[in-house]
Structure formats: structure tokens, C-alpha cells
Design a protein around this ligand. Sequence first.
Ligand SMILES: [Zn+2]
Ligand SMILES: [Zn+2]
Length: 348
Amino acid sequence: MATLRVAAKPEVAPMKVAQISKPGGDFEIVDRDIPTPDAGHVRIKVQACGVCHSDVLTKDGLWPGIQYPRIPGHEVAGIVDEVGDGVSAWKKGQRVGVGWHGGQDNTCRECRRGDFRNCRNLKVCGISYDGGYEEYMVAPVEALVAIPESLSDVDAAPLLCAGITTYNALRHGRALPGDLVAVQGIGGLGHLGIQFANKFGYKVAAIGRGSENAALAKKLGANVYIDSRATNAAEALQKLGGAQVILATAPSSKAMSELIDGLGPNGELMVIGAAFDPIEVTPLQLISGSKTIQGWAAGTPADSEDTLRFAELSGVRPMVETYPLEKAAEAYARMLSGKAEFRVVLTM
Ligand SMILES: [Zn+2]
Ligand SMILES: [Zn+2]
């Protein structure tokens, strides 16, 4: 008599995730089944995930079309744990990360021109699909970043958004070694911007509100510290000859507007601090001295790998505060408070 064999359903261990179930909802720590990667995807055992100010887009439902529940997190560092069909370039056990650039469509006009950073259907990790506030996540291969051996997960994670954004904006700016470059804001972005600007060989002016960060800014590589509360920062920059590039990192349009007159001839205000209110500038301010205001969004995974390699080479590292995944709500509140020194990172 044939025995009826019932295939036992394999025991799938659950994993912990920190999800948002509706716009403006609180973080919920829940169990989910560990996901299986589809073709062209890998599963990552997440080791660390940075908490970025842009996670507010997921938390508060500010991204058009975002679906819930959603797990935020686009500063992910971990290990490839499983590969889907058709994946040959990435191996189990390899250290990888995922940043803001979560995948491109490869078909729009910008992609066909190789400008993947500006894909019209760009996928964002933690917005278009679940991000790194979880123990295991699935990502498409075009989003993957190889992490060098010498960088820890906690150091690599913030470099995948805050790091690449400052590094890429500065290296696409028009400053040459020796030129005056100002970094406005000494926070999550600015403390990395100062370090990169120093290692790029610029004369670095750090601009902060108050004197409390002066010593730290100099330690990070600033040649000059300008306290914008005590002095007119634009005039101070003009006394130094005018800035070739001002990297505007603090999300304050008012502070950015006040700095435009600190630019030298052909100077550019490089805007990376994401604010919602308008920057105020008159046409005459831009016309005299041929000045520009340029926005910059992170970059591709290849740009992220450049960032990590440069950090490895130069010793640029983020300053971090770590929290366990279970304390995602506390970590997020700490990031929002603006008091963290300087990037908040979840560890799994
Ligand atoms: Zn970010
Ligand atoms: Zn595209």
C-alpha cells in the first residue's frame, strides 16, 4: 500500500521588522516571514541601517503613490544571504549595501543616455519597496553596492546616502584644489562634507550657528570656522576671496539665501539639504559674477562604490550613534531632534 506523503511545510523562521502601516503612523515592531528573492534580486541579511532625514517621506507619506505597510531605510549594509535566478555577479556571503538609488527602469530617455541617477522611474529603497529597518531585505541587483573589507557596517551605512551625497556633489562642483569651499551646516551631511572637502584639497570654511561646533569643525578638517549667528557669513566669505562652491547641507532655505552673496565669480551654491520652502535670490545676485544655484541628488551604486573606496583611502568616516532595531522609534526621534552627533544607525 502506497503511503501518502504530505510534504511538510518548511519551518520559516520569522524576522523582526520596523514598519509604518499608514502615513504619519508610529513605528511598529512586528514579525514577518523572511522574504524570498525573485529573479534578478538578492536577499540581504541586514547588519546596519542608517536613519536619514528623508525617511520622513516614508514615515509621513510624503512620496506620491507610496504603499503601506512600508519599511523605511536607504542606508543599508549587510551580507548577501540568498540570490534569485539569473544573479551571477553577486555571491552568497558577499558584503553589500543599498542606498537611495534603489533601481532604475533602463528604458527611459535618461537611462538610455546612461544617466541612471536621473531615471524618470527611479526606485527608492525604503519607499518603492521595503528598506533596511528589518533583519532581512530583498533588493534588485542594480541597487547593490560592494562594501570594502576595511569599512565596518556601521561606518558604511551612512556613507550610502549622507556620504555619497556630499562626496558626489563636491566632486561635480567646479572647485579646484586650493579653492575656497564653504560647508554650511555641521550635522549629518555637513560633518562628512567638511571631511571630503578637506581631503579633496580645498580651503574649507565651515559655517555653523553658534560657536559650540568650532573645535569639532576644525578637527574634521575645516581651515576656518564662521559662526553665522555672531557674524555675517556671506561677508566673512567675501573677506576670504569669495567661495567657489558653497555646499548647503542644513535644510534651511533662509540660511542658504543669506549665503549667496558669499560666492565668488563663477561660484556655485550646491544645494543638498532638502527643505520645502523657497530659496530667495534676485536675478542680479546671479548675473553679477555669473553665479549658479545647483541641486544635487545622491548618485548611482557605482558612485556609492567610489564614495566607499575614497573613504577607505582617505580615512573619512561618519560619526554615529547606534540603536538596536527594536528602538527604531527612539532612533528616528533622535535623528529628527537634530541633536544626534551626527548620524543615527540601527544595528540588527
Ligand atoms: Zn538619505
Ligand atoms: Zn530610467
